[in-house]
Write a protein that binds this ligand. Structure first.
Ligand code: FE
Length: 243
């Protein structure tokens, strides 16, 4: 299984605090059936300055450590990029990158609203042949109140990724119910862990997949898994459509 969103790199954001915690996370990921994981440290100007160069370097380092310990997990480089009006400058200056260097770029919205420039930003990225993936839209308050906002971004060609813990109820019943609604509406294309540690922000991917299987069937789980694989290898992502 492939996890496209995680904070497994050590001492770089609010995820793993040191290499020991990264190793613990890696072991947990393996237990969950994850074989490949994209490290997506926060990139947020002035707060988390994790540019592409740094992420590539840290990814190389952690793979060496996991290799030495015979932990069967491969880490790939990525970023979770907080949207800002400087994002296109950062792109042009080679500070930010797609997931594993692909055309898929993971974007984080503020948690309480959808900035009006989001649509324009998606368009600008598309002009650079990039495809935005909106991280955890189910945890955005404005989208929760008005799902049409997400629908419009999806219509413009963005994809979206739901956090496994949202499906399992870790973020409350409202988020859980809304996550199911987004899956059912075909408004999401990926389930990922967004794991920060092995405690209160763990993986939960296996649990989420079981619930999706129960609610939507094995085919849907398979489609989510294939889409994660398509991202890792820079191939075309499929829409999830229901009868
Ligand atoms: Fe995240």
């Amino acid at each position: 299984m492939i996890d496209i969103h995680s904070h497994i790199l050590p001492d770089i954001d609010d995820g793993a605090g040191n290499i020991q915690e990264s190793i613990e996370m890696a072991r947990k990921a393996v237990e969950q059936g994850i074989t490949n994981i994209i490290a997506t440290p926060h990139y947020n100007r002035g707060i988390y300055e994790n540019d592409k160069e740094k992420v590539l370097e840290e990814t190389r380092k952690i793979n060496r450590v996991l290799d030495d310990l015979n932990i069967p997990l491969k880490v790939w480089p990525g970023q979770e990029i907080r949207i800002s009006d400087e994002l296109m400058d950062d792109y042009d200056n080679n500070k930010i990158m797609g997931l594993n260097g692909s055309q898929y770029i993971l974007l984080e919205l503020p948690s309480n609203h959808v900035p009006r420039y989001t649509e324009r930003l998606i368009y600008d990225l598309q002009m650079k042949r990039m495809t935005p993936i909106i991280a955890h839209p189910e945890r955005n308050l404005e989208i929760l109140k008005n799902p049409r906002l997400l629908k419009e971004l999806i219509w413009k060609g963005a994809y979206s990724q739901i956090t496994a813990g949202s499906i399992t109820g870790k973020f409350g019943w409202r988020t859980k119910r809304f996550s199911k609604f987004l899956v059912h509406s075909g408004l999401t294309h990926f389930i990922a862990s967004d794991a920060h540690n092995v405690g209160n922000r763990g993986f939960q991917i296996m649990e989420a997949q079981k619930m999706i299987e129960k609610n939507f069937g094995q085919e849907v789980v398979k489609a989510f898994n294939e889409n994660a694989e398509n991202v890792l290898y820079g191939m075309k992502v499929k829409e999830l459509l229901f009868d």
